[in-house]
Design a protein around this ligand. Structure first.
Ligand SMILES: CC(C)(COP(=O)(O)OP(=O)(O)OC[C@H]1O[C@@H](n2cnc3c(N)ncnc32)[C@H](O)[C@@H]1OP(=O)(O)O)[C@@H](O)C(=O)NCCC(=O)NCCS
Length: 214
């Protein structure tokens, strides 16, 4: 349940739109102020009553204790924005839709955005600044590190290292793992460990030729 305090939302693209919607669904009563570097969006409304104030640099000028949510799907950009703000004394709440089911025995960090239909099992771990999109499930043996983007309808039952992007409908079987900053293609079935910094696709998932991420 969100509160009456103002919240500053970084990102007014599709993830920002959805995060604003989740905040409102979760009972946010304080103002939601959005920020985006796309100047064509400035002064427009993201959702009724949610105005785009200006560029992301404005967020760095807020008072300590301000509540900030980072709704940027690109894992590296999300990470960079946080590292610029981490010393400012801000609070990074979890933005959780009321239709997500999170076990009280799951371990959840901060700054996460959790969509409707997400299920997180007891003993599962979700780090910080993870985006868990709709209808994805996090099994009891999953350990998600930080700055991960999980798109809709994924099934996760293994460790996932920081900075990973998982395409729609991917399934990560027990005993596998996804290494740092790798990308798993939509529909992939991961049944063995995938190293860091690669793109893996298919059933079963294989490293895509010329798929190394710089
Ligand atoms: C895996 C992915 C990142 C690869 O992107 P890319 O490097 O730009 O790859 P390309 O589109 O150039 O495709 C290269 C080849 O891989 C194939 N391919 C791409 N994605 C694939 C996938 N998910 N599964 C199987 N094959 C795939 C293409 O058909 C193409 O094959 P070809 O060389 O025989 O023609 C991307 O296709 C993907 O799956 N992204 C996830 C998208 C998503 O889920 N977004 C979430 C929105 S909420």
């Amino acid at each position: 349940m969100m509160g009456s305090k103002q919240i500053h939302l970084i990102g007014a693209g599709s993830l920002g739109l959805q995060a604003a919607d989740i905040l409102l669904a979760a009972g946010q009563q304080g103002e939601i102020l959005a920020y985006d570097d796309n100047t064509s969006l400035h002064s427009s409304e993201l959702l009724p009553g949610v105005f785009i104030q200006g560029g992301i640099d404005l967020v760095g000028k807020l008072d300590p204790g301000s509540m900030v949510a980072i709704a940027i799907a690109d894992t590296a950009v999300r990470q960079r924005i946080y590292s610029n703000l981490r010393q400012k004394g801000y609070k990074f709440p979890n933005v959780v839709h009321p239709a997500a089911v999170i076990s009280k025995f799951a371990h959840i960090g901060f700054g996460n955005i959790i969509f409707p239909g997400v299920v997180i099992d007891p003993a599962a771990t979700v780090g910080n600044f993870v985006v868990l999109n709709k209808n994805s499930s996090v099994g009891h043996n999953a350990i998600l590190e930080d700055f991960i983007t999980i798109t809709p309808n994924c099934t996760l039952t293994c460790p996932v290292d920081s900075g990973v992007f998982i395409g729609m409908g991917a399934r990560l079987l027990p005993g596998s793992r996804v290494g740092e900053n790798s990308i798993i293609g939509a529909g992939a079935v991961v049944n063995k460990p995938i190293p860091a910094n690669v793109i893996a696709i298919g059933v079963p998932a294989k490293i895509k030729e010329k798929g190394m991420i710089k």
